[in-house]
Ligand binder design. Sequence first.
Ligand SMILES: Cc1cc2nc3c(=O)[nH]c(=O)nc-3n(C[C@H](O)[C@H](O)[C@H](O)COP(=O)(O)OP(=O)(O)OC[C@H]3O[C@@H](n4cnc5c(N)ncnc54)[C@H](O)[C@@H]3O)c2cc1C
Length: 460
Amino acid sequence: MSGSIADLRKSIKGSVCEPGDQGYDLHKWSPYSTKPSKIIITPEEIDDISKAIKASFARSQGLPFAIRGGGHSTSTASATEGLLIDMRRMNKIRVDEQNRIGYIQAGARTHDIEVELIKYGLAACVGACSQVSIGGYTLGGGLGYSTGAYGLAADNMVSATVVLATGEIVQASDSENPDLLWALRGAGSNFGVVAELGVKLHPQRPDVYSISYVYLPSQLPVVVDAINEWLKVQKDNEAFQFGFSLGMDGSPYAMITGISNSTQEEGETAYKCFVDLGPVHTTCAQIPYDKVSTQADLYNEIPGGKDTVGAHIDKFDLAQVQKSWDAWSELIKKAPQSLVMYEFYPYGKIASVPLEHGAFAQRHSFITVLCLAIWTDDNFTPYIRNELLKVRRVVSRSSCEAAQESLGYPNYANLFATLNETDEYARKLFGPNYPRLQELKKKYDPDMVFDRWFAIRPAP
Ligand SMILES: Cc1cc2nc3c(=O)[nH]c(=O)nc-3n(C[C@H](O)[C@H](O)[C@H](O)COP(=O)(O)OP(=O)(O)OC[C@H]3O[C@@H](n4cnc5c(N)ncnc54)[C@H](O)[C@@H]3O)c2cc1C
């Protein structure tokens, strides 16, 4: 075994680490979602990934195998006791200005992408967290402040360079392996290691209007009313999250945080209704575009175990909000930093794309909700997961049946992602697209080398 590792060390540009080696780094956003890997390979170039898979300790020695992007999922899908491919150094960005396409290596993080692209007055579809990798984010869908204007990140992906289970490097685009591109638009890490993504770029102004309003629990009725009124006139360049959180003083608050991708004047006009409600705390300012995702950096530092479930709702009303507030109040007794966040990203563009466009199957016009538990005492883990599921049930309860049955937005459905003993959850997640995904799994990964995240079973 160590002879083979020595060979691999010599043959790749990147690094190969075993426990105890300098550079052996298992860090993930949620420390409870890591596993002690036997080998970590950190590629510098695409060939490194191919060699790692071809040399495949993972396959020949029966080691499990996983891919780590930004390490921000709270599931163990990007962790393994076997061979881990860590994409952190695959982070180069190339811009084709004329065709407005960005060729972005999959390990590049949101903030690096914002900083690079704004030099050209352009932006890609990225999420609200500075440290998430473009690979993990896009392959699971990809929501963010640009969703209203341009839709899902996965729908903006026009090509990908992929290392398959055999180690072969292939292109996926409309002209080469279009079926693979179809699968990558939502099927996560089921088909290979994505080394680089080709994504549509869009014109971006240099600054945006950023908002943060904090309200008392007694203000919930007026805030919910105001949100429902505002939703009737929401523009594609406006989006925010409405959530429950404990303040620095340990008291529970409701918060609205988000942006208007516009001038300050337009932003102030758009969100005036929320100022008129008399928030107890307000922080609003025109900020540089490349600071948007760093607004949430506080959450990157937060210690403790984390887990998430997603919910979809079609009804946002006070009775529903009050019940989820009560369920959240129970959860924070053991996990005080936990959050429930309703995301008001306009979903119309996503819903307007036909189901057949890609593997991503949540094309209903729902509101996405992120239920996130954060806790520090490992003994509470089973209890917390149970409470998290309760919050999710309560959040979804008054919505239609399809919403209640949905696992929610895939990138938030971490609690279900690695329950792979059967394909029950994969079937649920991919819905009508599942049979086609099974056929493609048979074609591209019949031995299920990639079996970590909502593992798809190959067709018989
Ligand atoms: C604080 C925070 C804020 C977030 N905000 C948003 C948001 O605004 N919008 C949104 O849509 N999501 C958001 N997310 C969710 C995030 O998009 C997902 O958790 C995503 O999967 C994280 O990707 P990652 O690469 O950072 O994580 P990882 O844990 O490294 O990977 C997640 C999954 O993607 C796979 N993967 C990663 N890279 C590759 C690759 N190159 N090839 C093949 N498979 C790969 C992994 O194997 C794993 O299955 C947020 C998460 C956090 C923690």
